[in-house]
Ligand binder design. Structure first.
Ligand SMILES: [Zn+2]
Length: 272
């Protein structure tokens, strides 16, 4: 599933190609993804010019000329790509094709259909209402903020960091990497985190997310950006999907444990 760095990479790759373009026609080739695709979406987008873009957590949107946002969530397998010319979107999982005036198209491809596309106001959208701070927001996401959750929950620290209401945009890949750099095991209860652990997690979060954006995301499974290019951060993963391979710090074999139904990779020596 694309996480914050992948969604930000998609946004950055598409923004220069779609800003200033007007959607002449929106073709909806499937009745529903996570929510129905229908006339409301078509009315919201067709005939409007894209003036900018935004992102919050794992949601990205294109700002339309009326100030509303054309939102996308990639779900499990969504991919948004810009296609030059008129021959776009004949693939079986190409569910939405926006054809621009003057040619070219934006195609939303989603084999597993957990993705989303709606038009909504970014300032008031329910999609963003309960979302925690952005991990790179140094004011809102600091060690005191994270430490306060020690009194609110006994859940595992990994579950807490995966919760979009606590911090936005993190998923299984990046939380594994963050906990490795923090020296904290994924199953550690939040109540057993020291203030120092919380500070380490916040610092590691900023480091991992900034570095992953810089390397244009992780191309595990089939992630590609808006122009079909792979990311490069998968080559820098320290623990994710490395079960049995040597730790990059101490050479101990990386272990895997299931937390919240997701595989969690950690070093039994470096993480406590
Ligand atoms: Zn180690």
């Amino acid at each position: 599933m694309p996480e914050l760095p992948e969604v930000e990479t998609i946004r950055r790759s598409l923004e220069p190609l779609v800003v200033g373009r007007t959607v002449a026609r929106l073709e909806l080739r499937t009745p529903r993804l996570r929510v129905p695709l229908g006339e409301e979406l078509r009315r919201g987008v067709e005939g409007r010019c894209i003036t900018g873009s935004g992102r919050r957590g794992k949601y990205l949107w294109f700002v339309l000329e009326d100030g509303r946002g054309w939102f996308f969530h990639m779900g499990m397998s969504g991919r948004l790509r810009f296609v030059e010319g008129a021959d776009a979107g004949e693939g079986v999982h190409d569910h939405l094709i926006a054809r621009f005036a003057g040619g070219d198209a934006l195609v939303f491809h989603d084999p597993r259909r957990f993705g989303l596309s709606i038009v909504d106001d970014p300032a008031t959208s329910k999609l963003l209402a309960d979302m925690g701070p952005e991990p790179l927001d140094e004011v809102a996401f600091d060690s005191d903020y994270l430490a306060a959750f020690r009194r609110r929950t006994t859940r595992a620290v990994k579950d807490v960091l995966m919760d979009q209401r606590v911090v936005a945009g993190l998923g299984n890949i990046y939380v594994n990497e963050i906990l490795f750099l923090s020296g904290v095991r994924p199953r550690r209860s939040m109540v057993r985190m020291t203030l120092r652990d919380c500070a380490a997690v916040v610092v590691a979060t900023r480091e991992v997310i900034a570095e992953a954006i810089e390397h244009r995301g992780s191309s595990i499974s089939d992630f590609l950006d808006g122009i079909g290019q792979r990311g490069g951060y998968q080559w820098r993963h320290r623990v994710y999907d490395r079960e049995g391979q040597p730790c990059t710090t101490c050479r101990a074999p990386i272990k895997v444990v299931v937390v919240g139904q997701r595989s969690s990779f950690y070093c039994p020596r470096c993480q406590r």
